[in-house]
Design a protein around this ligand. Structure first.
Ligand code: FMN
Length: 319
């Protein structure tokens, strides 16, 4: 297998909204091209495709991280061809170089990282750790705001208002049903084994199976030590969102490598009014992309892995 094919396969592990994995890869010679797959957009909550591009950005960062850890220099062009808006990035393989130690740490977290919707422990995430994560996010061209204790209630209300409005919307319920009842062979969507039973939480976690079938117990902890961070950037054009997705991946992989459990939360950015409240949390200085809950779980029992699409359906090569 060529390094570019291995990189595209590593990118299969990237997180994506509703586990839609809305991307495809095209390998020709020494280039690897990333395309957005608009047919996989969750239309009821992602009218403009923001969450889709964030997801593709995460896949792009996974591929870059794999190649840097494997000792390859690359050049990356983002949105290289205005005539092809779905072509999000072109990675060109360069020369072998010494593997990047930070990339190696992050690459080893690629297969281990999971969205953990269970409650996190009382052990707090330290300021030192949050500063470290912020540095990595900024290196990818985005920003991180740590939600202050006095702001958590606002985040909780924004999320609850958004989640309630969504569940009242028939189009959302249809999308939810579609992406939570996928036949096994599709390798996508959210499964009951990775979703958590509804319970009161500091900030609500998306209820993927309203009614009954989520299988994970939130556990005895109450997210008391959890940190909530808002990932944000300068704008919400495709180029900004792609960088935002790369920053999201850097945040999640580094946090995983450092022993933290992670869970993205995007309900509040999906509806206009809660999104406006979130903009207030980042003092109106940027566009909020999504929130991430970070924390520790003392039992270290991993959540089941979410399914992934067959690489043969996602990666193609031309000679
Ligand atoms: C842009 C984006 C938004 C997401 N929003 C949520 C969310 O609101 N709630 C949630 O529980 N998970 C959310 N996730 C996590 C995905 O559901 C998760 O990545 C996917 O199901 C695959 O599972 P994995 O992360 O364990 O590999 C989001 C992920 C991305 C990239």
């Amino acid at each position: 297998m060529t390094p570019l094919e291995q990189a595209a396969r590593a990118a299969q592990h990237a997180p994506s909204v509703f586990n839609t994995q809305p991307w495809s890869w095209q390998i020709s010679g020494d280039t690897l091209e990333l395309f957005a797959d608009q047919e996989r957009r969750v239309t009821s909550i992602d009218r403009d495709g923001r969450l889709l591009i964030l997801s593709c950005g995460a896949a792009l960062h996974h591929a870059r991280t794999y190649l840097a850890a494997a000792g390859w220099s690359v050049s990356v062009e983002r949105l290289p061809d205005p005539a092809q808006p779905h072509l999000l990035a072109r990675i060109r393989l360069g020369r072998p170089v010494p593997p990047d130690p930070e990339a190696i740490r992050m690459a080893t977290a690629i297969a281990r990282r999971r969205t953990d919707r269970r409650a996190f422990d009382d052990r707090p995430v330290t300021d030192v750790e949050l500063t470290r994560l912020r540095r990595f996010v900024e290196a990818e061209g985005a920003y991180l705001h740590t939600v202050r204790p006095d702001q958590v209630a606002m985040l909780a209300v924004s999320t609850e208002v958004a989640a309630g409005a969504e569940l009242d919307d028939a189009a959302y319920r249809a999308d939810l049903h579609h992406w939570t009842s996928r036949p096994g062979h599709t390798g996508d969507g959210v499964t009951p084994g990775t979703a958590v039973k509804p319970e009161p939480r500091r900030v609500p976690v998306r209820d993927f199976f309203p009614g009954t079938t989520a299988q994970l117990e939130a556990g005895a902890s109450h997210d008391q030590g959890a940190a909530y961070v808002v990932l944000f950037g300068n704008g919400d054009q495709p180029a900004d969102l792609l960088r935002g997705g790369e920053a999201l991946s850097a945040l999640l992989l580094l946090a995983t490598a450092d022993g933290l459990a992670t869970a993205p939360l995007s309900d509040a950015v999906e509806a206009d009014w809660p999104r406006h409240l979130l903009r207030g949390l980042v003092s109106g200085i940027g566009e909020p992309y999504l929130t991430v809950r970070l924390g520790y779980r003392h039992d270290h029992e991993p959540v089941p892995a979410a399914p992934r699409r067959d690489p043969g359906d996602v990666i193609s090569s031309t000679r």
